[in-house]
Design a protein around this ligand. Sequence first.
Ligand code: ZN
Length: 343
Amino acid sequence: MGELGAFVRALPKVQLHCHLEGTIEAGTFRELAGLRGVESARATGPLEATYAFATFGEFLLTFAEVCKALRRPEDYARVAREYVASAQTQNVRYAELFISPSVWTFFHPGLDVSATVRAMRDAFEAARPDGPQVVLICDLTRNFGVERAFETARLAVRLAQADLGIVGIGLGGDEANFPPALYAEPFAYARAHGLRTVAHAGEAAGASSVRDAVEILGAERIGHGVRALEDPAVVALLAEREVALELCPTSNRLTGAVPAGAPHPIAELDRRGVRCTIDADDPALFSTTLEREYELVGAQCGRASLVRFARNAIDASFASTGRKAALRAAFEVAAGGLETTRP
Ligand SMILES: [Zn+2]
């Protein structure tokens, strides 16, 4: 591990934009596909090509293919355990992970979603107190349309009421063809029932999609949001309302949200007063880790900025006030012992 790597490891981290299904290592996916009798060309070709994709559309299909290999609650419990082990190694103290139950049941309509989420929650709790605290955000998966999204919002409320660790809803999937405004009602419903709200926007569509996610959906954080820079008024809106962006550099390059060769816009967004955070999105699918993303940003923006982005993630999280204060206190102790003036 290089010096920057050691610096990143020493920073206690909060994870705000990571899809649990996107953390499944290729070996685990292939093993589960074999175990559950799921046929997939990705599970039988060369290991290094398991998660190969060329376009954003192909990426979404790859993500779906991974979900197809998981058929039982214990499959998800295994994935939850493997996530925790990796997060612990990377000094993650708290995480809000996306889950996509509408993709799970698209492939396996008989899957008991409550039992599955309970199995994951038990796996997360078994790793405490040494492991990170992990809570979940239900993704409404825009591709399935508004009715299905509403069903998922209702499901999220039921799971939250059953105390299964659900704190909010999110909106991922095909942004270009399913704009935010379609989902105003499920978002209002979830919020009225006490859930927090986030949305992917400004990734596969432009700045107006970011504006609509904030103004129409009331999203409290935006996943990616890099294309907000296409309209200075939208950047100003994010800064003024303190809507944090969850920025995932490797994901943005591989999906084409940020053009190859251009510097990642995190530095520009930060300079314009937007609250930026760093994450890995689908680390296994993108062959990266949260630490690797921190290193990429550290090399671009410097160590002092890294500390600020890590602190932003605590502030922008949906943790309780008490939990936030504890995370913040531990963070300041760790960060206080680090040399930040070097690039
Ligand atoms: Zn995402």
